[in-house]
Design a protein around this ligand. Structure first.
Ligand code: AKG
Ligand code: FE2
Length: 203
């Protein structure tokens, strides 16, 4: 009987609204992007956690359309204009995924000591109910998502050139993180594309 197949499964397990698209970028596209990333002004910004100042354990740069500012730990960051390869990547995502994006956070993890803690991409400038597209280049690292209410975790392992889509609405009920992996010695670059309300912080 077909139904027997499902016996014993926990009916409370929830599937995360995440899709992993392997090999979204060709080797050549990855190489062109990595060459361009080496010219990005990546910086370690300072954040405040429980009143104490820390440098983030990675470097970052913020690119986007004019007016697509973001706020990072009380600091307002204006977008840098789109470099040519990043502009092409944005257009490719829009065309192939039928989703709109107007800004991207580039994260550079020099090795497995660099990381990103638990968070949701739910800042007020992000248009509610928009999707987040995340592209990996370089080292393969665990990308972990955690359901806020049940604490249930699922681990994804995006390889270089893979795309992860976090579906609209996911940020309200799930968090995600890129934990330390001390055995990893190679760098990883991540592009997290977002849809921002233009001029959100300029009104
Ligand atoms: O590097 C990653 O895969 C995660 C990046 C991320 O969550 C973010 O930029 O908000
Ligand atoms: Fe994120």
């Amino acid at each position: 009987m077909m139904l027997d197949l499902f016996d014993g499964q926990d009916p409370n397990i929830i599937a995360p609204p995440v899709t992993l698209h392997p090999n979204f970028l060709t080797q050549r596209q990855q190489q062109l992007l990595l060459n361009e990333v080496s010219d990005y002004p990546l910086t370690k910004i300072e954040i405040e956690v429980f009143g104490k100042k820390h440098l983030i354990p990675r470097t970052q740069a913020w690119f986007g359309d004019d007016g697509c500012d973001c706020k990072y730990s009380k600091t307002l960051i204006n977008p840098l204009p789109w470099p040519p390869m990043l502009a092409k990547l944005r257009q490719t995502l829009i065309n192939r995924c039928q989703l709109n994006f107007n800004a991207v956070l580039v994260n550079h993890y020099k090795d497995g000591h660099d990381c990103m803690g638990w968070h949701s991409d739910d800042e007020p400038e992000i248009i509610a109910g928009s999707a987040i597209a995340s592209i990996t280049l370089g080292a393969c690292r665990d990308f972990v998502v955690r359901h806020k209410a049940s604490q249930q975790k699922v681990t994804y392992t995006p390889f270089s050139g893979d795309l992860i889509i976090m579906a609209p609405g996911m940020q309200q009920t799930w968090q995600h993180a890129l934990p330390k992996r001390l055995s990893i010695t190679q760098p990883r670059v991540n592009f997290t594309f977002r849809l921002i309300t233009p001029d959100f912080y300029r009104r």
